[in-house]
Every structure is written in C-alpha cells, then in structure tokens.
Ligand binder design. Structure first.
Ligand code: G6P
Ligand code: ZN
Length: 583
C-alpha cells in the first residue's frame, strides 16, 4: 500500500475568492494560477468543523468541464493531507449537481460509510474550456449548498490564508475505472472510491416516479421525445434513465456525450442557447424538415436546470413549477400523501401562488438562490419549488434537479394520457398548459438579460431605480408619459427576506415595482456571472379572463416592457439598445 507524507506549503491570498450564489466561478486561466484552487480548498477545510474534515467522507466530482480532472487530483491530495478518511469520485469525475446531493443523502459506501460534504466542480450553465469558466462549490451533509455563514467564513479565510496542506507524493488516482484504492498517511488510512455516476441517482428516481407508466407513454407510437443535454453531464443520466430504464429510442437523445467544453456551446437550457432542440421542436426561425416531437427538454452543464418544451410550444419555468405542483399528487407517487408546501423565488411569476391558494398549500417566496429552499425543506414545510431561472425541484434532494423535472413532466403526460394511449390523439404539453391557464389564469412572463454590462453602470442603474421608488407619483407620471394603457404602480420596494426557519435576514434581493392590476417589474443583478455585471429585468402580467390567455407573450407584455426600459433608463445607463438574451 502506498504511504504518503503531508507537506505544508506557504501561500498568500488571492483577491476575489468570494463564493457567489452557487460557489466560486472564474475563468479557467484564473483557476490554473499556482495555489489558486489550493487556497480555496484549504479555506473551505478551515471553515468546517473538525469532524467534517478529520475522518470524514467527501464527494469530489462535477460536470466534467475543462480542468476538472486536474482539480479532482489536487482536492484528493489536499483531502488526504487534511485528515479526510475517504474521497468518493464519480467515474470519470462525473456527477451531476443533483446526483451529488443524492449521493450525500442516500449513498452508503462498501464499508457502511456516509458522506458529510462535497466539492462540486462546476460553473453550471457557463461555458467551459481553456478560455472559459471553471467553478467549485461546497455542499453540506443535508446535500445542499453551504449556507452563507460558511461561505462567508470561507471567503474570510481566503483573505488571510498563509499555508495549505497537500499529500504531494500521493499518486494520481485512476478515475476512469470504478473501485477502491487504499493509501496510508500520518493519520492512518485514506481511501479513494471511484463509483458509477448514475446508480444512486437512478435508484432514487425509481423510488419517486412510476417508471412503468412513463415507459408505457414512451412506448406509444404517438409519443416522441427529444432530450438535449447540451454536452453537459446530464447526458450520462439521460442514457441510463430515458433509454435503458424507460425504453426511449437512442435517437431521442441530442448532445448527450459529456464534453469538457460542451462542444463549444453555452450549456444553458433556454430558447437562445438550446438552438438545436429549439429548431427540432419547431420553435426556430424556419419550419423543421421532420415533424417535431411531442415533448422536448434540455439541461444545463451540471444538469440541475431544465427547459420544458412541447411541439412548437415553450413552457415558462414559472408555469412549469405551477403545473407540476398542481398535478403532483395524482401523477407522482412520491407526493401521493399530499404536498407539505410550495415555494418560488421572488422574480419567478406568481403562477405557483395561485395554485397554492386553490389547493390551500403553505406558500413561500424566497430570494433568488436554491439554498433558501433548503431550510424550508429541512423544516418539512416545502415539497416542490422552482425558479424562473429554469430550476425546478423537490425535497427529495437539496438541489434543483433537471432530470427530475423531465420525469415529473413525463409523469404528468403519462397520467393525463393513461386512458388515451390507444386512441388517436394524445393530450399534449400545450393542452396541459392551456388547461392550467383556463383553471388558474395565465401569468404572461418574460425576462430580459443584459449580460457583461459595465459593473459601475449596472450599479448606477440600480441606484437610480431605488431612488425613484421614493416618489410613486413621479413613477406613475413617467409611466403615463410612455403608455396610458399600463396601470399604476401601487407599491415599490427592495425585496427583503426573513427566513422563517432560522430567522436570518437577506436584504437587497431585487427591486420591485408592483402594479395595481397585479403586474410586476423586477430588476436585479445576477449573482452568477463571471465577468462584468448582468442586469436582469423580469416582466410579468396576470390575466384571469380565459378568453384572453391565448395571446402571444411578447404582444401582451409589450406595454410593460416599454415602461420598464423607460423607468430604468436602460439604454442611457448601459448603452444597450437590446438585451443579450430574452427568455
Ligand atoms: C443559480 C442558482 C439558482 C439561481 C440562479 C440565479 O443557478 O442555483 O438558484 O436562481 O443561479 O442566477 P442569477 O444569475 O440570476 O443570480
Ligand atoms: Zn446548473
């Protein structure tokens, strides 16, 4: 057995190692600087209580993006040197973010061990490759991202770090084959276990959904499907679940081979970046040559995000979570005893609120960031939650879950079609959404993103919007000057959240303008970009009248868009006459 020594290395702090909404994300060229990753990893170990490090079991894996392989070896050597007992690595270093959460919560090692934390190596939906982004975040023993208390401590540590520990002579571990490698260090044994990336996750999914009913739907000649992993880690799970378990044809899978650079694309499942899928589904500029499938879905790099499409039809993420919540009890066995509650992030449309009210469910509105749902789930008051940013999930884990969302939709489709598979027409995704609007009303919704804007200019725009809030009469005067058909703003504030579980307060979580007719404008700065600032503008309008729920979203929202651009002086501050992305 290999015996390793521990080396203590001198180091000095790097600026800007503050983890954002979901960990530390920087360009690869920043991460490859000597000691850069080391400093962050040591600062994380130093921020954890000793039993989470000494003798602990840690998961280290990610979406497989460029620099992951090197990072896994570095983190493994530093874990060994810091007294960690064993490191679990998904085969080829691949584990989706939801799978990591599932592994922490569910997996029992060969010797009965359980993990208490994970380093997830991903920059989520940001592009990968030598010129692009890398990222790292730490998840806790509940399977969710580290809370702010810990990430602040990590950051503080990065500003004063002087030394780190590493087992330099530990040989690189072969992460391409499953199995356990044993080592011995000054503090005793240290093991690395490489395991199958999908098995634990697949097992969990089978315990949640009725795979047999989905299998029946998929085998119907009237049903067809297209899943686009955008060359992210979801591909590894899509093959196992959709093809091997549920009998989908291999040809339903698009871009399902994980690649270090995501094939040069931007692995973000939205109408702009999931181009191939969008074209296949009949939502592109030109009509596809082949009849589009009935159902389409995509995932981001680390497979926690999802986009749901029907034939020539886009389901907004805000509608998606509302529709899943409305149908969960009937369609998904895991929820058959009822929902404990539902939650959405503040900028997400109020479609879920209406469902919660109808079904008399507990309801929570939290700031942007999945970690806010975790507390509610741990307290047992939230079963299903979602965000406008293409994140949907449930309390089965503590991350959003892209494949889960697809299985939820397949379950709803299977349920709605349970008596129809022999007939001549299936209930489609579009039918399900239209039925939902007829019952609950429709929240017209769009988001404008202004990416890579000068950070100073973005701040000024936000300050301007906050200042404006002190005089609603001034606001309404501006509005009437642009569009007389837009109702009055009756309330405007900066969103602040008091966590009902731990009492912690998060302020400055987005600027809101609330209109008399229930419409909303929300402005916030992205917490996940890696360069400059990204301004997000969220526009929403509620329509209860079933005869008016069928309009084109962009037509319905045009007046509000005009008002938003004028109120914020978007072009004046940013120099941009159009957003980078519209979702
Ligand atoms: C990540 C988080 C989400 C959050 C999203 C917002 O994906 O996991 O919970 O909604 O970032 O990103 P933004 O760029 O808008 O801050
Ligand atoms: Zn992601």
């Amino acid at each position: 057995m290999v015996v390793f020594k521990v080396s203590r290395k001198d180091t000095t702090p790097f600026d800007g190692q503050k983890p954002g909404t979901s960990g530390l994300r920087k360009k690869v060229k920043v991460f490859v600087q000597p000691n850069y990753l080391h400093n962050f990893v040591q600062s994380t170990f130093n921020a954890l209580t000793s039993e989470k490090v000494k003798g602990a079991t840690l998961v280290v894996s990610g979406d497989g993006r460029y620099f992951s392989k090197e990072a896994i070896q570095i983190i493994t050597k530093m874990s060994a040197a810091n007294g960690v007992r064993r490191v679990w690595v998904g085969q080829n270093g691949l584990l989706s973010t939801p799978a990591v959460s599932a592994v922490i919560r569910e997996r029992v090692g060969v010797d009965g061990s359980r993990a208490t934390g994970a380093f997830i190596l991903t920059a989520s939906h940001n592009p990968g490759g030598p010129q692009e982004d890398f990222g790292i975040k730490y998840n806790m023993e509940n399977g969710g991202p580290a809370p702010e208390g810990i990430t602040n401590k990590i950051y503080e540590n990065t500003t004063t770090i002087k030394e780190y520990f590493i087992a330099e002579d530990l040989p690189d571990v072969d992460i391409t084959t499953t199995g356990v490698t044993n080592f011995t260090g000054p503090e005793g044994p240290f093991d690395v276990e490489v395991f199958d990336s999908a098995s634990d996750y697949v097992k969990l999914m089978k315990s949640i959904f009725d795979f047999e009913s989905i299998r029946k739907l998929i085998s119907s000649p009237k049903f067809s499907f297209c899943y686009d992993a955008l060359h992210g880690v979801a591909g590894a799970y899509a093959k196992r679940i959709f093809v091997e378990e549920l009998g989908a044809q291999e040809s339903y899978l698009l871009n399902c081979t994980p690649k270090e650079d995501f094939g040069g694309g931007h692995p973000d499942p939205n109408l702009t970046y999931a181009k191939e899928l969008v074209a296949r589904m009949g939502l592109g500029k030109s009509e596809p040559q082949v009849e589009p499938p009935e159902f389409g879905a995509a995932a981001d790099g680390d497979a926690d995000r999802n986009m749901i499409l029907g034939k020539r039809f886009f389901v907004t993420p805000s509608d998606s979570v509302a529709i899943i919540a409305a149908n969960a009890v009937e369609a998904i066995p895991y929820f058959s005893a009822g929902l404990k509650g539902v939650a959405r992030s503040m900028p997400t449309s109020a479609a879920l609120d209406v469902v919660a009210k109808h079904l008399n469910l507990k309801f929570f509105e939290v700031p942007t960031g999945w970690k806010f749902f975790g507390n509610l789930m741990d307290a047992g008051v939230c079963s299903i939650c979602g965000e406008e940013s293409f994140g949907t999930g449930s309390d089965h884990i503590r991350e959003k879950d892209g494949i889960w969302a697809v299985l939820a939709w397949l379950s709803i489709l299977a349920y709605k079609n349970r008596d129809k598979l022999g007939g001549d027409k299936l209930v489609t995704v579009e039918d399900i959404v239209h039925q939902h609007w007829a019952t609950y009303g429709r929240h017209y919704y769009t988001r404008y993103d202004y990416e890579n804007v000068d950070a100073g200019a973005a701040k000024e725009l936000m300050t301007h919007l906050v200042k404006l809030q002190s005089s609603l009469s001034e606001v309404n005067k501006i509005i009437k000057g642009v569009r007389s058909d837009v109702s009055n703003v009756v309330n405007a504030d900066e969103f602040e959240y008091k966590d009902p579980v731990d009492g912690s307060i998060s302020s400055h979580q987005g600027i809101r303008y609330l209109f008399e007719d229930g419409s909303r404008l929300v402005f916030r700065l992205s917490g996940t970009g890696s360069e400059g600032a990204t301004i997000r503008l969220y526009i929403e309008q509620y329509e209860k009248d079933p005869s008016k729920t069928g309009r084109l979203s962009q037509d319905a929202l045009a007046p509000l868009v005009e008002v938003a651009l004028k109120l914020s002086k978007m072009e004046e501050f940013t120099g941009r006459s159009a957003p980078t992305v519209i979702t």
